[in-house]
Design a protein. Structure first.
Ligand SMILES: NC(=O)c1ccc[n+]([C@@H]2O[C@H](COP(=O)([O-])OP(=O)(O)OC[C@H]3O[C@@H](n4cnc5c(N)ncnc54)[C@H](O)[C@@H]3O)[C@@H](O)[C@H]2O)c1
Length: 400
């Protein structure tokens, strides 16, 4: 009996051969029984996850499908966890058929999953505020996914357009994701008249600001440089943004090991371009970080590599993972969308659900593919989406 049972447990192909050989025999010895016992115990205890896949619109469908191929290949190759993606057809087509972007019981539907992998929402023939509020913003607020985390890093093989960033960029952006300028408060009166009025009211609550500040300080503390910049606009916004600053200063007292500073959002754009090395973790409001994260993505090489996590840090609700980009009307259907942002979002999802090792292996594969120059056109390459998927899958196979 040369083969020991435990050797099989994480090698799916060899395990299968062993099962066939052992099951084909007429009698079983102690080692065989131990083998079957260990194998089935391992199968039963293997981490197993159900993920809601909501590809949405435009290139969202392309990058989510690309990512599912890669993550399923990873799970099969490593054999250390199981993952099932269940397709949910919400988006503009669903809206055209039903009059809604999501089903009526959509929050209960999502709560049945361990996490959500999201593509993008937005279509040229539906106003953007209808599509965004109909789907993505209808999820973020009610599920209290209040922390939007956006890591930004220059990948091997990709070019940072800044000559001021000699070592590339490695930032962590934290965006308040449940209130602020995107609270949805306001209204319009006298529509169409000369004297028409429209208000867009930004809402800042002490609870909302405090929880995102704590999250940001904790994030900064977990990174080697322990450095946080609080982005504000309290010179001209004299109510909500002043509360924002005051809460930041109070929360900072609980994090004496984190060095922090405060910066007006306009000056922050200059700092990101002129002094990128002075930045590590950034926290800002819903609107400010929406804008700054697109700038950060462009500085890292392309919006096509920028991931994001919409987290409920209390873990009462499933968190949602998505690329920063939208549905990209100009390249939809051309097969050239960069899938890296969604790969990276899926890696962040794996970390969140407890598969840190698998996530780091996945990112290693993606980085090796980028370093080899297998890139989509947004990064100056000539590969298409499927070319990048195939190259990453080949790298994943080497992990087996
Ligand atoms: N999270 C979301 O679902 C989300 C985010 C942003 C915009 N949107 C929606 O998407 C639609 C289009 O918005 P937009 O044009 O302002 O932003 P966008 O992110 O869709 O596209 C901006 C530019 O970046 C390029 N780009 C984006 N992702 C890319 C990728 N993966 N690979 C290569 N190039 C990529 C596009 O081709 C385009 O030139 C609108 O309806 C908008 O409301 C949705």
């Amino acid at each position: 009996m040369g083969l020991r049972p435990l050797h099989f447990c994480f090698l799916e192909r060899h395990t299968l051969q062993a099962i066939v050989i052992r099951a084909g025999r007429l009698s079983f010895d102690f080692d065989d029984i131990l083998f079957f016992h260990t194998y089935f115990l391992n199968m039963a205890s293997k981490n197993s996850y159900r993920i809601a896949s909501v590809p949405g619109d435009g290139i969202g469908t392309e990058v989510v499908s690309a990512t599912i191929q890669v993550v399923e290949k990873l799970a099969k190759t490593l054999g250390t966890f199981k993952i099932d993606f269940e397709h949910i057809p919400w988006g503009t087509e669903y809206y055209k058929q039903t009059g809604r972007y999501v089903s009526e019981d959509y929050l209960d539907t999502l709560r049945k999953y361990d996490a959500v992998l999201f593509g993008a929402v937005g279509s040229p023939d539906v106003p953007d505020h209808i599509s965004l509020w109909g789907l993505l913003l209808a999820i973020r607020g009610p599920l209290q996914l209040y922390a939007n985390v956006r890591p930004v890093r220059t990948f091997p093989g990709t070019k940072c357009p800044l000559n001021t960033a000699t070592d590339g960029i490695d930032w962590m952006l934290v965006r308040e994701n449940s209130e602020g300028e995107y609270a949805g408060q306001g209204g319009r009166s006298h529509v169409g008249q000369q004297w028409e009025v429209a208000t867009e009211v930004a809402v800042f609550t002490r609870v909302g600001v405090e929880r995102i500040m704590r999250f940001a300080f904790e994030t900064a503390r977990s990174r080697p440089r322990k450095l946080l910049t609080v982005v504000t606009k309290s010179n001209s916004m004299r109510n909500g943004m002043v509360l924002w600053d005051e809460v930041a200063a109070t929360v900072a007292n609980d994090f004496p090991d984190v060095k922090w500073d405060k910066m007006l959002v306009d000056a922050m754009t200059v700092r990101m371009v002129a002094k990128p090395g002075s930045i590590d973790t950034i926290v800002g409001t819903n609107l400010h970080m929406d804008i700054l994260s697109d700038l950060a993505a462009a500085l890292a090489g392309s919006i096509g590599v920028a991931p994001s996590s919409n987290l409920d840090p209390t873990r009462k609700n499933p968190s949602l993972f998505e690329p920063v980009h939208g549905s990209a009307f100009d390249i939809t259907g051309k097969g050239v969308a960069n899938p890296v942002a969604t790969f990276w979002s899926a890696a962040e999802m794996l970390i969140w659900i407890g598969e840190k090792d698998a996530a780091s292996k996945l990112m290693g594969c993606v980085e090796r593919v980028c370093a080899a120059g297998i890139l989509t056109p947004d990064l100056g390459g000539t590969s298409d989406t499927q070319g990048v998927v195939d190259a990453v899958c080949l790298e994943v196979e080497k992990l087996g």
